[in-house]
Design a protein around this ligand. Structure first.
Ligand code: SAH
Length: 337
């Protein structure tokens, strides 16, 4: 069990930082949530949480329109490499490819490159997408981009919030790192004093590494990326949370059994883009989807499918409503000008 592995580790090495704890909970090869859970236990109505493409097919249609704009910016090449980070059930890429295939003015053949760790998700993605693209290739990390020398268009929906984070605390001028210790046989938080001031209360080192690979690639070879996630520009406190069965649960209870996530720091991501001379735009999911014309498209599909109109309208409402997913989810898009 993961809990006893963590307890043993703490007994041998002292309190464990939240980065290591979250990393083990999500990606431990034998017990990690994303590495081992059944895909249906993770995503969708029966799973722990759901995402915009699972809620509305129009989400992927809008991302497809954004892809077409980036393809045109690249000079409408005859081949396009599409990359997705953490594609889950493959629903978003399915919606994107189906839409691209239906747009007459889009006439590139697409190669699809997916970064994914969950074996079941990989299988589902391959099955769902292989007929829609000229190749579907899996990679275990984004580092393969370092070997590629052509433009890419990258999509990441609710991927970065699953990357592990350090957590810090401040009281007056005294900083500490939040760690996990063993107390009476159970896991408990402890604060370990630090001599150095920290710039943030939460910090995801892997996000910076991934952004550096991505932005260096876009800077050198061209292309664009759209990153959609729960997150903020600045001023966030502690956001790490555990979700099981659509309900919040205790972060330290049942390690490996619930989804752990944090809100992402978009300002830090945008700084990596600026360092590589990329342009970026940052907006709420609501604004992004409204600007791409989601309401116009909703009216069209409702008119041609009156029997599905209520469900389609409800889905779109959920992803753009400020009180639901419209405001909390943000979109950072990057491109080489
Ligand atoms: N983008 C999808 C799924 C989001 S869930 C959607 O919008 O529905 C997060 C996805 O990222 C899952 O596919 C999960 O298996 C994958 N993932 C999580 N951590 C990862 C990591 N470290 N490397 C690669 N993929 C990861």
């Amino acid at each position: 069990m993961l809990k006893s592995i963590i307890i043993d580790h703490i007994r041998n090495h002292g309190p464990m930082d939240m980065y290591t704890y979250m990393q083990l909970c999500l990606t431990h090869p034998d017990y990690g949530y994303y590495a081992t859970r059944q895909s249906t236990d993770i995503l969708g109505v029966q799973g722990d949480f759901t995402t915009a493409p699972e809620i509305s097919p129009l989400f992927g249609e809008m991302i497809a329109l954004w892809v077409v704009m980036q393809w045109q910016r690249l000079g409408s090449p005859s081949q396009l490499k599409l990359v997705e980070l953490g594609p889950g059930n493959g629903t978003l890429m399915y919606q994107v490819l189906t839409t691209l295939n239906a747009i007459n003015s889009f006439n590139a053949s697409c190669g699809v490159h997916l970064v994914e760790i969950n074996p079941q998700f990989k299988l589902m993605q391959q099955t769902k997408l292989s007929a829609l693209a000229n190749e579907v290739v899996h990679h275990s990390s984004i580092d393969w981009l370092n070997r590629l020398q052509e433009p890419v268009v990258v999509i990441a929906n609710e991927f970065f919030d699953a990357l592990p984070a350090h957590q810090y605390d401040v009281s007056g001028n005294s900083w500490s790192e939040i760690k996990v210790a063993v107390y009476e046989g159970n896991l408990a938080h402890v604060n370990i004093p630090l001599s150095k001031v920290q710039p943030h209360l939460e910090y995801q080192p892997d996000t910076i590494k991934i952004m550096d690979v991505l932005c260096n690639h876009l800077g050198a070879h061209g292309g664009a990326a759209v990153i959609i996630d729960y997150g903020y520009w600045q001023g966030q406190g502690h956001s790490m949370q555990a979700v099981q069965n659509h309900h919040y649960s205790d972060i330290l209870e049942n390690p490996g059994k619930s989804d752990l996530s944090v809100h992402v720091n978009f300002k830090q991501m945008a700084e990596r883009a600026s360092a590589c001379q990329l342009s970026y735009e940052y907006k709420t999911q609501r604004q992004f989807l409204l600007e791409l014309g989601i309401q116009l498209r909703l009216a069209q599909v409702c008119a041609s499918n009156p029997q599905k109109a209520a469900a389609l309208t409800q889905g779109v409402h959920r992803i753009i409503d400020p009180a639901q997913m419209g405001q909390l989810l943000k979109v950072l898009s990057l491109y080489k000008p």
